[in-house]
Write a protein that binds this ligand. Structure first.
Ligand code: UGA
Length: 415
């Protein structure tokens, strides 16, 4: 099939690369010329496992010009939907993309499907995007198709997640466009769930909200366990073997960060507020998550006075296998350490350049140098942290690094 992807961020790029790898002819559109140059040269502009390899094998046509999407059977909108101040979602980039697509739709003769992959709150595709597309003078369901097909791609693992989906959700305005998008995923032996547009949008939010809830839930159990002297990870292992519960996303620690879970939870809470509903569970999940990171400071203060101490931080990215530090727990914690007068030395295998943009004033060092500090906080579970020598150190662990238990003083955040 011929497909286009609008927006070459992490999601767009993974979708474009994987669809090309599956044999489709792919056009990718973005405003960032430097990014496009790299893609056209077969290199990935971001750190994402396996992406460089695919981009070096396939030919994607990357351009700024929307005219390139004219020939496509399906056009995926993959631009970002960042948070507004009040937690609601900004539609600026999505509506801009829709307006540009509408100018192309005016001229296309063949039936083209516009498929939204950007995360948008329930109602957005039908109530906001579809009318913009129809401003082309063409009618949805007759002259062109509309779908909403959310992504479930973790950062850093996007290629793996795209190629090994648990399910594919196709929200469709009309049957014909749902058929076309479903056909694209024919090769995958997984359920394709066909629903209406707003149900597809809600499946994405409900999925991320549930994952966030699982994390805050096990963190809450962990906070209780730590006080009673119970190992939370043993509890999670015992619980997770029950298929109804499942073992994934029960890793207790300092909570969830990143550009997805916190933002999506806030947007869903804001959407619920618009219809006059107070989503108490979701609000508590978010609140507990904010407080969870602060427990690291409480535990640290049991062992060192922060003023004039050197504190080492291992892990700046919000999860391993990414260079992304957005909403990472390290941001909250480094801010507090600096406010309290500690000198801070940090190390991360990938995220130091991104973190440096936010905190130019802290020391960037090797892991071994960080280990020389008065006390060490572990904030991301990078595999290489299992190889370090923690003997003789004071370690407060937010991510359960087994090797760190060798430290002279070891505290798990909630175990
Ligand atoms: C998440 C979802 O997992 C994806 O399915 C979804 O597509 C994506 O958001 C998105 O909306 O685009 P991501 O945020 O990249 O992906 O990564 P996760 O693996 O979900 O981790 C999120 C945060 O939760 C990280 O800070 C991680 O450390 C934390 N976490 C995860 C825990 O604290 N405990 C766990 O057991 C699992």
């Amino acid at each position: 099939m011929k497909v286009s992807v609008i927006g070459c961020g992490r999601v767009g790029l993974v979708v474009a690369a994987c669809l090309a790898k599956l044999g489709n002819k792919v056009v990718a559109v973005d405003v960032d010329k430097e990014k496009l140059r790299k893609i056209n040269n077969g290199a990935s502009p971001i750190y994402e496992a396996g992406l460089d390899e695919i981009l070096s094998q396939v030919a994607i046509e990357a351009a700024t010009d929307y005219a390139k999407i004219k020939e496509s059977d399906i056009v995926f909108i993959c631009v970002d939907t960042p948070s507004e101040e009040d937690g609601s979602m900004s539609l600026e980039h999505v509506t801009q993309a829709a307006r540009q697509i509408a100018t192309i739709l005016r001229e296309t003769k063949d039936y083209q499907v516009i498929a939204v992959k950007s995360t948008v709150v329930p109602g957005t595709t039908e109530e906001v995007i579809l009318p913009i597309l129809e401003s082309s003078g063409k009618r949805a369901g007759l002259d062109f198709g509309v779908c909403m097909t959310p992504e479930f791609l973790r950062e850093g693992k996007g290629v793996h997640d795209f190629m090994n989906p648990a399910r594919i959700i196709v929200g469709e305005y009309d049957r014909r466009s749902g058929d076309m998008v479903s056909n694209l995923y024919q090769g995958f032996d997984v359920p394709i769930v066909r629903v209406d547009l707003k149900t597809a949008e809600m499946i994405k939010y409900a999925s991320n909200a549930f994952l966030a809830t699982k994390i805050s839930f096990i963190n809450e159990i962990g906070n209780i366990c730590k006080q009673i002297g119970i190992d939370t990870y043993e509890v999670a292992r015992g619980m997770g073997l029950d298929e109804r519960i499942g073992s994934k996303f029960l890793n207790a620690g300092i909570g969830f960060g990143g550009p997805c879970l916190p933002k999506d939870l806030k947007a869903l809470i804001a959407r619920a507020g618009q219809i006059g509903y107070e989503p108490k569970i979701l609000e508590q999940v978010l609140d507990l998550n904010e407080k969870q990171a602060l427990r690291m400071i409480e535990l640290l203060k049991r062992h060192v006075t922060l003023e004039n101490s050197s504190i080492g931080v291992l892990g700046l990215s919000y999860r391993p296998d990414t260079d992304d530090a957005r909403h990472s727990r390290a941001i909250t914690l480094v801010n507090i350490l600096l406010e309290e007068g500690a000198s801070v030395k940090v190390y991360d295998p990938q995220a130091m350049p991104n973190f440096k943009e936010l905190f130019p004033q802290v020391g960037y060092a090797t892991a071994d140098e960080v280990l020389k500090c008065d006390a060490i906080l572990i904030l991301t579970e990078w595999e290489e942290f299992e190889q370090l020598d923690y003997r003789g150190k004071i370690v407060i662990d937010g991510r359960r690094i087994a090797k760190a238990r060798e430290a002279r003083i070891y505290e798990g955040v909630c175990w």
